[in-house]
Design a protein around this ligand. Structure first.
Ligand code: TYD
Ligand code: MG
Length: 452
């Protein structure tokens, strides 16, 4: 009989203790330490296609290391490739996290279905039939995508050896279970063990593994933080489930920048890549309405034109209401306070509602100027001119502050047919003879004067 060894793990940070204690000394959280069974796994040599791909490593000088880039696996999804920095790196582990129902399984199944070589999609969450039904909606004709409903890592590796796929997708890491450890699937030690087996497998066979990870209610990937340290790339799939747009973001990427984002639209037939998001985010309408303004924001390093809508109405009850969707409510209050102080608006008597269209959450401070313009426009009940847009941050004294990557923003606005853009006077613009009219302002009083 094998000797059973137990240890105590913090469910929050994954720290290990020899005996139980009330508080985790590492992350200071209370009552998170539970006992789990541990057992050291045996050594394993991977055999794919009958040949052992065990790589031995010996120290080399930097000069001698072969730096030629291994060819990345390009998927047919250009947004996904871009977020990864140009495709999937062979032998890498990519973790994709996101809210339930956001479309993680759909995204990875779609990628697997459209790849021209053998792929293995392992699901611990859905049956083969369910996956087939989903596949029928997305991309029915495919002879290379194998589907396996399995949760035991040892069985998964056995199947991989016989199928020899070029890429493995696991949905999800929290459902995996390794025989080497006896605690239940989803526990800290299981996640840790399954991930390290997968890492070992990926590094030794050079087959990339894409993992789906659940997230906890506060938005972190479920399991120990160490999971994010172990993998090469952490992607986050986000968006509002009630809206059709989804944003794919890299939080960590050992092989590329974390600035790139990918934008998708959820359709009846899977996720569609959105290569020009600005055109969809700006609503098409016949007549100009008051309270609307267009902001030129950046998502990662991608310029994105977003419509801001504001509604200012007289407060019926004593305390005026403030509500913001897709924009920080505290920041809205700050902007209103600046408007009262610097431009003499009596917004203390008004309800103010703010909405960013498309269900997108904007953190970029450059949206301030458009928010201000939309509020002013609604307050005056006067529509802004057509084809104008804004990019500027507003400071506490009402000054318009410069924003980063202004040239890129201006070019994007110009490309989309805007005729005027309002920016800070303090921005250095190095664009050569832009066709768009650039209005440089320094205070919100200037904005008022220019617009109304
Ligand atoms: P899913 O990939 O199951 O989400 P996750 O794995 O992140 O939990 O996606 C679930 C949602 O996507 C579901 O509510 C239905 C919707 N959907 C579509 O709108 N179109 C489609 O073609 C597919 C496959 C799913
Ligand atoms: Mg899923």
């Amino acid at each position: 009989m094998t000797k059973v060894k137990t240890s105590f793990f913090c469910q929050n940070c994954g720290n290990q203790y020899p005996k139980w204690q009330g508080q985790c000394t590492a992350c200071k959280s209370w009552n998170t330490i539970v006992e789990e069974l541990v057992q050291k796994p045996d050594k394993k040599d991977w055999k794919v296609n009958g040949t052992s791909k065990q790589r031995t490593s010996k120290p080399l000088t930097i000069k001698d290391i072969d730096a030629s880039q291994e060819a990345r696996l390009k998927t047919s999804d250009s947004e996904f490739n871009r977020v990864l920095g140009g495709g999937i790196v062979p032998g890498s582990l990519v973790l994709l996290g996101g809210e339930p129902g956001i479309g993680k399984s759909t995204l990875l199944l779609q990628i697997a279905l459209k790849l021209p070589f053998r792929t293995l999609y392992v699901s611990g969450e859905e049956s083969q039939k369910q996956i087939k039904m989903r596949a029928l909606r997305i991309f029915p004709e495919n002879d290379n995508c194998f589907v396996l409903a399995e949760t035991k890592t040892q069985n998964i590796f056995k199947q991989i050896e016989s199928i020899a796929p070029e890429i493995v997708i696991i949905d999800s890491i929290q459902t995996l279970h390794s025989d080497h450890i006896e605690s239940s699937a989803g526990s800290i030690s299981q996640i840790k063990e399954s991930t390290s087996e997968l890492i070992k497998f990926a590094k030794e066979t050079n087959i990339p593994v894409l993992l789906i990870g659940h997230i906890t209610k506060d938005g972190h990937i479920a399991g120990p933080k160490i999971l994010e340290h172990m993998v090469d790339t952490v992607l986050q799939f986000e968006g509002d489930r009630n809206h059709v747009f989804r944003i794919l973001r890299a939080h960590k990427n050992r092989f590329g920048s974390t600035n790139e984002i990918g934008i998708y639209e959820m359709m009846g037939s899977g996720l569609r890549e959105v290569s020009n998001p600005s055109e969809i985010l700006i609503s098409k309408k016949d007549s100009n309405l008051s309270g609307n303004a267009i902001a030129v924001t950046l998502e990662g390093i991608r310029p994105l034109l977003i419509e801001v809508q504001a509604l200012v109405s007289s407060a019926v009850y004593g305390t005026p209401q403030r509500s913001a969707t897709g924009f920080n409510a505290k920041r809205l209050n700050m902007l209103l306070a600046v408007l009262e102080k610097r431009a003499g608006f009596k917004l203390g008597m008004k309800d103010v509602f703010l909405n960013i269209t498309g269900g997108i959450n904007v953190d970029d401070p450059a949206i301030d100027l458009a928010v201000m313009a939309a509020i002013l426009s609604s307050n005056e009940d006067e529509a802004l001119q057509e084809r104008i847009c804004f990019a500027g941050e507003i400071g506490l004294s009402g000054e318009i502050r410069p924003v980063q990557r202004i040239d890129q923003r201006i070019s994007e606005a110009e490309k989309l047919g805007f005729t005027t853009i309002y920016v800070s006077k303090f921005n250095k613009i190095s664009l050569k003879n832009p066709k768009i009219n650039i209005r440089m302002i320094s205070k919100i009083e200037d904005l008022l004067q220019e617009l109304f």
